[in-house]
Design a protein around this ligand. Structure first.
Ligand SMILES: C[S@@+](CC[C@H](N)C(=O)[O-])C[C@H]1O[C@@H](n2cnc3c(N)ncnc32)[C@H](O)[C@@H]1O
Length: 280
């Protein structure tokens, strides 16, 4: 039997040599997962020996990690805004930059505000469920074109005790959805430009659903379809938040300005354009 620290050091080196992203963290998270401990407890007793059964489970995950499978899919979960979400290869792994959308909501509305939210392209339900958890009086419609995403989002809503305030709808963007009855539309829809495929991490390209990522040559095909789907249907005073690629701020201002009272672009922590706020 080997100790936790020996196993981590060995696999960190193997991951690093194979060019795997975050080699040390990957080894730590996988070992923490099979030992069913908190990361802190796993690290505090790093000299403890790892039982053979746990080691075998770790090794089979580590070998998959060596092939580039994302850690979140291997352990079946990912944290978003402090909440634990089930994820699987049918849904995008929620990204830290998407937390900016929740920050914006928390900075705009009181926690006891009652409003109706539509989360378009809900994926794992990260935004829909977090919003329902943060604002106990809001009602959410979570929509996606993917059945697998909706099933995952439904489980996440149950897990966080908000399923009674989240409705799930399979839809192509806003087709058949009561947009006029919505106060806030959250849209983290596909926006990756096809052109940037070459520069993307092979881990993302090989394992995450392309339906969640790409949207035409400049990445704006889906947002353009959304803009035409919303025209003439939104309630005055309602708001749309769209996550974007840093290259798309000016084009999004141009796209939504003709149908909005106000459009602005917010930057993320890295100082890059990330969030478009449209007020109708
Ligand atoms: C970038 S992922 C975002 C997932 C989730 N909102 C998040 O922030 O982690 C985009 C999601 O949009 C969905 N999607 C793609 N095209 C769509 C369409 N035409 N109508 C509805 N949903 C769509 C995908 O299935 C995917 O779940």
């Amino acid at each position: 039997m080997n100790s936790r620290r020996e196993i981590i050091a060995f696999w960190e080196a193997r991951f690093e040599a194979a060019g795997v992203d975050s080699p040390r963290l990957s080894a730590q998270v996988l070992l923490t997962h099979v030992l069913n401990l908190s990361r802190l407890n796993m690290l505090l007793e790093s000299r403890s020996l790892v039982p053979e059964g746990s080691f075998a489970a770790f090794e089979s995950l580590a070998l998959r990690r060596l092939e580039g499978e994302p850690v979140a899919y291997l352990i079946g979960r990912k944290e978003f805004y402090g909440l634990d979400f089930e994820v699987n290869p049918g849904v995008l792994i929620p990204r830290p930059e998407t937390e900016l959308m929740v920050d914006h909501l928390l900075g705009t509305f009181a926690r006891d505000a009652a409003f109706r939210v539509l989360d378009l392209g809900t994926g794992s339900g990260a935004l829909a469920v977090t919003c329902a958890a943060m604002f106990p009086h809001c009602r959410v419609t979570a929509a996606d074109i993917s059945e697998q995403a909706l099933a995952t989002a439904r489980r996440n809503a149950r897990k966080h005790g908000v399923a009674d305030r989240v409705a799930f709808v399979r839809a192509d963007l806003v087709q058949g959805i009561d947009v006029g009855g919505t106060d806030i539309i959250l849209a983290n829809l596909p926006y990756v430009p096809e052109d940037s495929r070459e520069a993307m991490s092979s881990e993302v390209l090989r394992h995450e659903p392309w339906l969640a990522l790409f949207a035409g040559r400049d990445g704006l095909d889906v947002y353009r379809r959304l803009a035409s789907g919303l025209r003439g249907r939104v309630r005055e005073g309602s708001m749309l938040l769209c996550e974007i690629d840093h290259s798309q701020g000016a084009a999004m201002l141009e796209l939504f300005a003709p149908m909005a009272r106000d459009v602005s672009v917010k930057k993320d922590l890295a100082g890059l354009d990330r969030l478009v706020v449209v007020v109708f």
